[in-house]
Design a protein around this ligand. Structure first.
Ligand code: DC
Length: 241
């Protein structure tokens, strides 16, 4: 079985003022549902620490986008699993590439979001993408963000966080994000979609969304992202000394 090749070029930040002098590659995991500020927190934390940042949701989305563009039914287990194993997913300068093609613009469409949630239940896809995530983390200090990073992909990670927030606040944040892109969606619609996705993530048989036993659970409902990042940064720095 051929493992997928994932290259992560140009994501290491050289600009961090206080990069951690940590001798071994260190793994920080941030899991949690959508709308908890996970992506922004993970990206900013990585920059502050001088670590690489890995958005594992983008990997699931890249496989989903490729299914759609190649006419593969996302519900089909075997062909989607084969695609995930052979697809070369790369990241560069905040953009995502699938077999060299820039798919960044397709990752956040409603169709891709729906398909990504479906393919995330496919055990072959999860196996392929987790193998790839471990390959990346083998060589880099990294902040990984997703749903199963602390529980399945990196059970031995040095620092694990699980972000939560009130469901209405999460849906409001999504509504504001969409409004900033010129799309207006009623809060009730977003809340219903979010609840359905949460249930699918939490109840799937393989790698369900839950905090690792040794994860620190951080409620971001009433926090500004900067505060959250500062809090996480201080915990990581304490762990690394
Ligand atoms: O974080 P996100 O919304 O970009 O994730 C896209 C989809 O992939 C979502 O349905 C959850 C799923 N996912 C997952 O199952 N495991 C991960 N490590 C990351 C994302």
């Amino acid at each position: 079985m051929m493992a997928p090749v994932i290259e992560n070029s140009g994501r290491r930040s050289n600009s961090a003022l206080f990069a951690i002098p940590y001798s071994l590659p260190m793994i920080v995991t941030i899991d949690g549902p959508a709308g908890t500020g996970k992506s922004t927190t993970a990206r900013q934390l990585a920059t502050r620490l001088g670590f690489d940042y890995l958005d594992t949701g983008a990997m699931y989305r890249a496989v989903a986008a490729e299914c759609l563009s190649r006419g593969i039914d996302p519900a089909e287990i075997a062909p989607v699993g084969e695609l995930a194993q052979s697809l070369v997913i790369t990241f560069d300068e905040g953009r995502t590439f699938a077999d060299g093609k820039d798919v960044t613009g397709e990752l956040r469409t409603a169709e891709t979001t729906q398909a990504a949630s479906l393919i995330a239940q496919n055990p072959d896809v999860r196996r392929a993408l987790i193998d790839a995530q471990r390959l990346i983390a083998d060589e880099h200090n990294i902040v990984c963000e997703g749903r199963d990073q602390g529980t399945v992909a990196f059970p031995h990670a040095e620092c694990k966080f699980f972000l939560t927030a009130d469901p209405e606040v999460r849906a409001c944040r999504r509504q504001q994000e969409l409004a900033a892109q010129g799309t207006h969606v009623p809060l009730a619609t977003l809340l219903a979609e979010q609840t359905a996705r949460d249930e699918r993530d939490a109840n799937r048989q393989i790698a369900p969304l839950r905090p690792a036993d040794d994860a620190q659970v951080i409620d971001t409902t009433n926090c500004d992202i900067n505060e959250v990042v500062t809090r996480l940064e201080s915990i990581v720095r304490t762990r690394s000394t």
